[in-house]
Design a protein around this ligand. Structure first.
Ligand code: CTP
Ligand code: CA
Length: 227
């Protein structure tokens, strides 16, 4: 209880977090998506709220309860998530992109259920690239929040994450080796490396339940203090 009060490092600050997957419609009954559970983003939103922040959580379709005291905006597609994120970023100090945004969406959404063709054993699907939500926010010149991204990689983790930090103009990126033994989907712990312009720091394997609080503490320490 005493620690809880000592760790209120984000009092008076507004934080927006994206979480979960997006769904990209193909027709009224089908979509492209991924297996993101949204747990990391929801845990970060809860941790930021505990730290005293005013939190907006922009959530793709997930099966998770809204953390107490957090304002939740539900979205489905990447384009909807982009619009909600841009609105939230207009008045937030810290933007954290934890969502697993679909990189592409079907070029056309059929108005009726697509029928199987009797004479075709193969089919191709035309896709178009979705906007990069976090890069769009980090590219702002006006009302640009302290912008944090994630990079889940299976190889050359630091190299790929470092490249994303630079390419997307982020202030900080949290890299995660999802193929490592003490990390990833079937582990209670996660091993992450925090990278910013001053270098990188690998945290020891941390219980997933504690990681969000540690990451929020590190973000609070790095985000510029309010004027
Ligand atoms: N991200 C985003 N909008 C997208 C794609 C990614 O905001 N359209 C954000 C994610 O939320 C994450 C970061 O960018 O914080 C990195 O996502 P990732 O999928 O690892 O990066 P990509 O640039 O899509 O590269 P790739 O999938 O090819 O590794
Ligand atoms: Ca991607």
């Amino acid at each position: 209880e005493a620690l809880f009060h000592l760790n209120r490092t984000l009092v008076g600050r507004r934080v927006a977090v994206t979480a979960g997957p997006t769904r990209e419609a193909l027709d009224p009954v089908r979509f492209l998506s991924n297996h993101s559970s949204g747990k990391m983003g929801f845990a970060l939103a809860a941790a930021a709220q505990r730290a005293g922040a005013e939190v907006t959580l922009i959530a793709g379709p997930v099966n998770l309860p809204t953390p107490e005291g957090v304002r939740r905006v539900d979205v489905v597609s990447a384009l909807e998530m982009r619009d909600a994120a841009e609105r939230a970023a207009d008045h937030c100090d810290i933007f954290i992109a934890a969502a697993a945004v679909a990189d592409y969406r079907p070029q056309a959404v059929a108005q009726q259920k697509i029928k199987k063709k009797a004479d075709r054993g193969e089919e191709t699907l035309a896709l178009v690239k979705n906007p990069d939500i976090v890069a769009g926010i980090a590219a702002r010149t006006d009302s640009r929040p302290f912008t944090v991204g994630f990079a889940a990689e299976t190889e050359k983790v630091i190299e790929h994450a470092q490249d994303k930090l630079t390419r997307k103009n982020l202030d900080m990126i949290i890299a995660n080796d999802v193929s490592a033994a003490d990390s990833g989907f079937n582990s209670d712990r996660n091993t992450v490396t925090i990278i910013d312009s001053s270098g990188c720091e690998t945290l020891p394997p941390t219980l997933k339940t504690e990681l969000a609080d540690q990451l929020i503490a590190m973000i609070a320490a790095r985000a510029p203090a309010q004027e």
